[in-house]
Design a protein around this ligand. Structure first.
Ligand SMILES: Nc1ncnc2c1ncn2[C@@H]1O[C@H](COP(=O)(O)OP(=O)(O)OP(=O)(O)O)[C@@H](O)[C@H]1O
Ligand SMILES: [Mg+2]
Length: 257
């Protein structure tokens, strides 16, 4: 997909319900190219649902979402929207890397094979080239010595770093992180945050759902507080954290800080 000058992500009045439960009640957000947006909020506020809408893992009920200038999941002709075919949705999704709380590595593949898999299968990258690139990516997340290791022999932090390398292997223009460190033992959180920080410094556009307020303050360009399916507050992380404008933000922050 071609580069555009506009924002990397634009969300306009995005609504999403599950049955009678309205989970997203009109989300308006923009993420600029190269921006790191951190997303915080109580359990059930719709953070994961919003991320899943961005790569069309969930279909939205109303509103519009664009990634890199492309309408997510639909094509517009005149006033009408037509849902994209599976093949076209997959092509859009390829531009977006996603890292979850659970690492979801293929257990029967080594670290290197995990990172090579999608480029070879989906992009038909020649194996030698994919192997070379996978090696370099594992090196860049500090796992140059673990290329032949299987996930079961890696720590949680190492597995999560392989998962990040695997997402990067598809050369995404946007990375979505959904609580990437919350399943980790506390002593392993730092190594994963360090990799994410480096990625941010390299200019990757990122949306990070996290409870790591320190990371949000240090690495985030913007901080969004969501509650009950709406954006309650958005601003420069340091300002939102030091001086939240809304009582709900204040109360949430006092619990996680
Ligand atoms: N597939 C689904 N079917 C029905 N309800 C769902 C589904 N996915 C999410 N929900 C509901 O939508 C609401 C928002 O869920 P979501 O996972 O987006 O919250 P969250 O902010 O990510 O919370 P957490 O911090 O616990 O991860 C919750 O009430 C959840 O139970
Ligand atoms: Mg969630």
């Amino acid at each position: 997909m071609s580069e555009t000058a506009g924002p990397m992500v634009r969300s306009e009045q995005v609504h999403k319900s599950f049955g009678r439960l309205e989970v997203l009640k009109g989300i308006d957000l923009e993420v600029a190219q190269g921006e790191v947006m951190c997303l915080i909020g109580p359990s059930g506020s719709g953070k994961s649902t919003f991320l899943r809408c961005i790569n069309h893992l969930e279909k939205i009920d109303a509103g519009r979402l664009w990634v890199n200038g492309h309408l997510v999941g639909y094509r517009q002709k005149g006033d009408k929207l037509y849902e994209l075919r599976d093949r076209e949705v997959s092509a859009q999704r390829r531009e977006i890397g996603m890292v979850f709380q659970r690492f979801n590595l293929f257990p029967h593949m080594t670290a290197l094979e995990n990172v090579m898999e999608a480029p070879v299968r989906v992009k038909r990258t020649p194996k030698a080239r994919a192997r070379e690139r996978a090696g370099a990516l594992l090196e860049s997340v500090g796992l140059g010595d673990k290329v032949r290791t299987y996930p079961s022999a890696l720590s949680g932090g190492q597995q999560q770093r392989v998962a990040i390398a695997r997402a990067l292997a598809m050369e995404p223009s946007l990375m979505l992180f959904d609580e990437p460190t919350s399943a980790l033992d506390p002593e392993l959180v730092g190594e994963v945050l360090d990799v994410m920080k480096r990625l941010a410094l390299d200019g990757m556009t990122m949306i990070v759902v996290t409870h790591e307020i320190g990371f949000a303050r240090e690495v985030g360009d913007s901080l969004v507080f969501m509650d009950g399916g709406v954006v309650v507050e958005k601003g420069v992380p340091r300002d939102v954290i030091a001086d939240p404008k809304h009582e709900r933000t204040r109360s949430f922050l006092s619990k996680v800080l």
